[in-house]
Design a protein around this ligand. Sequence first.
Ligand SMILES: CC(=O)[C@@H](O)[C@H](O)COP(=O)(O)O
Ligand SMILES: NCC(=O)COP(=O)(O)O
Length: 247
Amino acid sequence: MTTALSVNLNKVALVRNTRHLGIPSVTRAATICLEAGAHGITVHPRPDARHIRADDVRELHALLKQWPQAEFNIEGNPFHNLMDFVRELRPQQATFVPDSEGQFTSDHGWNLAVDGERVKPLIAQAKALGVRVSLFMDADPAAMPLAKAVGADRVELYTEPYAAAWGTPRQQDELQRFAAAAKAAQAAGLGVNAGHDLSRDNLTDFLRAVPGVQEVSIGHALISDALELGYAATIRAYLQAMGRAGQ
Ligand SMILES: CC(=O)[C@@H](O)[C@H](O)COP(=O)(O)O
Ligand SMILES: NCC(=O)COP(=O)(O)O
């Protein structure tokens, strides 16, 4: 099975928002990622619009019509602004994340023993619109049957604890825990996605150890790598521009 790579463009928008120039362009970033072979685009339009804004979500949705194989994954809290995007745009996938408004970054999955009953009708609503629903979940095998019971199609395993343990003596224990959670999800009839702080360094070990991951969504490390891998070519381009002035 091939794991799909969905590129999270939040951080491109974060830089763009520090000026009124429209650069770096979120849609151009999406085009370059898809042309390079990425399988999808992820955004997390937070209620405070600190990075991805509503217009970005609409423009990406329009752009992705030119990429019928690519998937658009919109993340967010369905009790805040996510359902508006789901109803308006019907992306291929909505990832429900239990973040508070203004949260620094996502740092936990759903507690379905508490939120399951109120999240259930929103999952049904999204699915009735043809939108696949993935629930952002901690890697707790016991919680997976609950995710199935409330109607989710997939779970996205919250991988920050694995990323933090990577390269330390805790790495193997974390990998075992994530593998057990993935197996429990699959046994319950759910698909498995994964994301948060995945990187070029920690991704290979994760995909080797955790079976059947259908999609990884990666933003922070990937966009940071794109900057670092791009510095040298960019300096050459600027020196050429200066050279054309005879310098
Ligand atoms: C759900 C998740 O783990 C990440 O997508 C997270 O949404 C990243 O959000 P920020 O880019 O705002 O940190
Ligand atoms: N769902 C996780 C995601 O989209 C990206 O998270 P990160 O790589 O920015 O931590």
